[in-house]
Ligand binder design. Structure first.
Ligand SMILES: NC(=O)c1ccc[n+]([C@@H]2O[C@H](COP(=O)([O-])OP(=O)(O)OC[C@H]3O[C@@H](n4cnc5c(N)ncnc54)[C@H](OP(=O)(O)O)[C@@H]3O)[C@@H](O)[C@H]2O)c1
Length: 344
């Protein structure tokens, strides 16, 4: 049976990806689109500056965008995907949760809250049970699930595969695409012929979110993974796809062949948006590359390559599509997990 869904912040860069990914989705039927007051009352075609690489679906183009309030969303909508700026989401999401909506959110507010599951379905689906703690503590009927930051989600599946060797220290340096900053995030004058060695807040997100994702939930409380993570984040002039250089130290010695096998064998899940193989490992040390590899698995597969031993551990590169696996696709996949686990 179809689950009726809505998108909060539907006109933005991530909102447009949601619309693209929900077209012909086997479970989700799009029934509500919200944005700011300046878009409310317009048709979606009028309100959105459409920039993704497939046309606006005809039925969506004629839908009316509403304000982002629970009263504006039809009662028979059960699941909301949220792609609001985090400051707006922090104010607005609780109202929807109090009204009983289940929200799969991409915004960064509350990701590290102890009672909010931060979930990658292939990595830590069990953390969804934090919803029971959340409902007890907050007294709402709805449920809030977050997906991690785009740079974190690129690296964490590879770390999850290596954790069987006992992860102790992780250093990561990123080369992040401009779409991660939103359409007006970096100007052409800033980024062409350039690289920017600072992305506000991003390093802290990678360092904390990865420890939560790989942490243990004991049924009452979530314990962060004990590994140390140090991140350095850089913006480069690619359009989509974050490439990351990872250095990982493990308790057990691990050869590049063992690391590659652990990544290749790391299981995917049986959900519509999850790729058949979660991590593709290249033999060619020159891959993965953003332009060539970001669309693998419809933008949902993680790529890795260049695995070598180095002083104290391993080094390798990994890549994912930041607005699909790193944003809208991640929230849709969490929505599929919520359905599978009976939260809707
Ligand atoms: N871009 C990425 O790769 C990426 C990756 C991971 C996470 N994220 C996160 O996803 C979220 C959305 O990012 P984005 O790049 O899609 O941003 P964006 O392009 O600026 O879109 C923001 C959306 O929120 C709406 N909005 C803005 N202010 C509002 C308000 N006061 N009330 C209601 N709606 C409001 C906008 O509507 P109007 O069109 O009416 O202004 C638009 O629909 C952010 O939290 C971002 O950090 C983005």
């Amino acid at each position: 049976m179809a689950v009726r869904v809505g998108i909060l912040g539907a006109t933005g860069a991530v909102g447009q990806r949601f619309i693209q990914l929900l077209e012909d989705h086997p479970t989700f039927e799009l029934a509500a689109l919200t944005a700011s007051e300046s878009s409310a009352g317009k048709t979606y075609r009028e309100a959105a500056k459409w920039r993704v690489n497939t046309p606006i679906p005809d039925d969506v183009a004629e839908m009316t965008v509403t304000e982002t309030t629970p009263e504006a969303v039809p009662d028979d909508v059960d699941l909301l995907f949220s792609s609001l700026p985090s400051g707006v989401a922090a104010n607005v999401e609780p109202g929807f949760l109090e009204e009983g909506y289940v929200v799969s959110s991409n915004s960064s507010n509350d990701r590290m809250a102890p009672d909010v599951p931060l979930t990658i379905p292939e990595v830590n689906p069990g953390h969804l049970e934090l919803i029971e703690v959340q409902r007890d503590e907050r007294g709402w009927d709805g449920a809030l699930v977050k997906n991690p930051n785009c740079s974190t989600i690129t690296m964490v599946p590879t770390l999850a595969a290596l954790d069987r060797f006992g992860l102790e220290n992780v250093h990561v340096s990123t080369l992040q695409a401009v779409s991660g900053a939103g359409y007006s995030g970096v100007t052409s004058m800033e980024i062409i012929d350039n690289a920017i060695p600072h992305i506000g807040g991003e390093e802290d997100k990678m360092e904390t979110e990865s420890r939560k994702l790989l942490g243990d939930f004991d049924g009452a409380e979530l314990h962060l993974h004990e590994m140390d993570v140090a991140a350095s984040c850089n913006r480069i002039p690619t359009l989509d796809g974050h490439l990351e250089n990872v250095f990982a130290e493990t308790a057990e010695d691990v050869s590049p062949e063992e690391a590659a096998e652990a990544m290749r064998e790391y299981p995917s899940v049986d959900l519509h948006s999850s790729p058949e193989q979660l991590i593709h490992v290249f033999e060619d040390p020159g891959r993965p590359q953003p332009r060539m590899d970001r669309e693998r698995g419809d933008g949902m597969q993680i790529s890795a390559g260049g695995i070598q031993t180095t002083a104290g551990g391993l080094k390798y590169n990994c890549l994912a599509h930041n607005t699909i696996r790193g944003a809208a696709g991640a929230s849709v996949l969490n929505g599929e997990l919520l359905v599978e686990e009976g939260y809707l």
